[in-house]
Ligand binder design. Sequence first.
Ligand code: SAM
Length: 281
Amino acid sequence: MSNPGQLYVVATPIGNLEDMTPRALRILSQVDLIAAEDTRHSGRLLKHFGVASKTEALHEHNERSQVPRLIEILQSGKSIAFITDAGTPLISDPGFHLVRAARQAGLNVIPVPGACAAIAALSAAGLPSDRFVFEGFPPAKSAARRAVFEKLNEETRTLIFYESPHRILESLQDMLEIFGSEREAVIARELTKQFETVQGGALQKLCAWVNADKDQQLGEFVILIHGVPRSEREAVDADAERVLKILLQELPVSQATALAAKITGLKKNRLYDYALSIKQA
Ligand code: SAM
């Protein structure tokens, strides 16, 4: 039996073709097959760089059905590179099922790193970058989107979102209402491209700025939100603990939690967990 082939997960540029790495080009030229999210889109990139390897489509609609065949190809000794339309595969992009299946089959999966919009944005945003949370695209419908933002409202790490031009204004408006008008944020638009803009400020100012200028509503966006400062969160936690302790002396957990939620404005679930830990202690 021949040795199994390698699966390469290859990043491609997010705008500027100079971000294509020499290693990515070498691997794309050497593999037996390039699985691409969109063969027509990637065809232009490959042609530009003179890469002539065979391509076939692997996108979110056919990924699950195609994976077993691709695994067989790898097991037969052939190598495959997987690319998406732009940036790093699997990051708000297809590829998860293929990579998981390959690893479960004991095959070698090799990352070939390069551009990723989230990381590029974070590297230039000037927001804390020691801890961050990548949230991908917020839900398209406002109610679901707001629910996601509500859950993240007390997150202390920097939040990173992707957003499309169709929803940039609505999303920013929901962020403003939930994270607060003074929360610091950064909008990174059209990174590595001609109209690259990285603009920071309080959400209120950023929203007004995007609203006032139609050009700022075009293109591709990463939105970064400053996490809640630890000291602020600790102060809120200390306050909630004090209120809960008093109420728990007089009331059962559920009632104490409900009242504490009204007094502090914090979510009942979180206070309930607190109340239980106070009781246990
Ligand atoms: N896998 C890609 C990556 O590594 O960044 C992301 C793919 S996702 C389908 C596309 C989204 O990424 C866009 O809607 C936008 O939010 C973000 N994005 C991609 N390229 C960008 C760029 N040049 N500038 C800003 N955001 C970008």
